[in-house]
Design a protein around this ligand. Structure first.
Ligand code: KG4
Ligand code: ZN
Length: 338
């Protein structure tokens, strides 16, 4: 039973959490969204500086809210990849310093492994094997989780990540940043069948389509062309219908691939992770599709879908229990396969 304090600073949230195996003792998330909103996206240099300003306070708050002391902490973890290097460095350096200072084992955690572990926080009895659909602002991957820490990537996006597609479509509709939650909200009062949009299938040289890979850049361009065509009519843009049709297309594409992965690999559970796991359209689609194949689908609690440190601590606790350690020389990397 390992208790871990983890730090997550890979993008625009400064997050610190304490987790005992799969039970959250504290979960602090300080969001920089308001700072980046004026630029319409995350500015890396601004992100690093903002992390530096709040990280000490976030660590103190996480410890205070958990009502634990350093003596109760078995290990310190920090996200080390993938992400903005300057942003990652702030959390990683803080984590390694705390580990040295308090003489605790240190673990560098892959951000996607964290998103994958978010589901354990809502369903502590979950055990591999299962299929994991990871859909965030930077990644879209379908993974077969063979065992704890043992992953086989079945498919990925060939261009934009699912969350990136939401953000880009929101930008072209001039809806603001981050686009996912805004499109999700507008789609609720739109007609998902109003416009037919391309799902983005990847053709194979041998014929047919790749069963697991996705492509969202064609979909984004199709929305752009649709908006141009509708604007030319001079009528008011049916933004809710466009949002609903776009969201429905993404949800259908992701759901189809996750179901294919589970059936091909004979897994009975699909676990979803990453910011787009919060999407209500994806939730509805996947739950309905999975029910017809008798598959179980687990979505993390909403607060653990988007970036947080509880999911990083949960992944680290599992690694610590298995005897894993990272060297204090570990560096930050912008990209690394899971
Ligand atoms: O996992 P996350 O917090 O950060 C990354 O690791 O990238 O995901 C952020 C992404 C953004 O693109 C955001 O627009 C998207 O998740 N997102 C959503 C929703 N909430 C967040 N996309 C669709 N529907 C949502 N409700
Ligand atoms: Zn993330």
């Amino acid at each position: 039973m390992a208790t871990v304090l983890a730090i997550e600073t890979s993008c625009d949230e400064t997050a610190v959490a304490i987790v005992k195996n799969r039970e959250v003792s504290s979960n602090v998330v300080s969001s920089q969204i308001a700072v980046h909103q004026q630029y319409g996206g995350v500015v890396p240099e601004v992100a690093s500086r903002s992390h530096l300003e709040v990280i000490d306070g976030a660590i103190a708050q996480a410890l205070a809210e958990s009502q634990l002391s350093w003596a109760d902490i078995d290990g310190i973890a920090a996200t080390c990849t993938p992400g903005l290097v300057g942003a990652l460095l702030v959390g990683l350096t803080a984590g390694k310093t705390l580990a040295m200072l308090h003489q605790k084992p240190f673990l560098g955690i892959h951000h996607l492994e964290g998103h994958l572990y978010a589901s354990y926080l809502g369903e502590p009895s979950l055990e591999p094997p299962f299929i994991c659909l990871l859909v965030s602002g930077g990644h879209t991957s379908l993974i077969d989780v063979l065992d704890s820490g043992c992953y086989e990537t079945l498919g990925q996006t060939r261009d934009d990540a699912a969350g990136e597609a939401f953000d880009k479509v929101a930008r072209l509709l001039k809806l603001g940043y981050p686009g996912g939650p805004i499109i999700d909200r507008l789609a609720k009062s739109g007609n998902p069948k109003a416009f037919k949009l391309p799902e983005g299938k990847i053709g194979l040289p041998s014929g047919g389509y790749h069963p697991y890979d996705t492509s969202f850049s064609g979909l984004k361009t199709a929305v752009l062309r649709l908006v141009e065509k509708l604007k030319a009519t001079g009528e008011e843009l049916p933004v809710n219908d466009i949002a609903a049709s776009f969201q429905d297309t993404v949800a259908r594409a992701l759901s189809k691939r996750a179901i294919a992965g589970a059936r091909d690999r004979d897994r009975d559970t699909i676990v979803v992770g990453g910011g787009v796991a919060a999407n209500s359209g994806l939730r509805q689609h996947l739950l309905a599709d999975a029910a017809s194949y008798n598959l179980r689908v687990l979505f993390p609690p909403l607060k653990y879908c988007t970036d947080n440190a509880a999911m990083i601590a949960c992944a680290a606790a599992d690694r610590l229990n298995r005897g894993d350690r990272s060297p204090l020389t570990l560096g930050a990397q912008s990209r690394m396969a899971l």
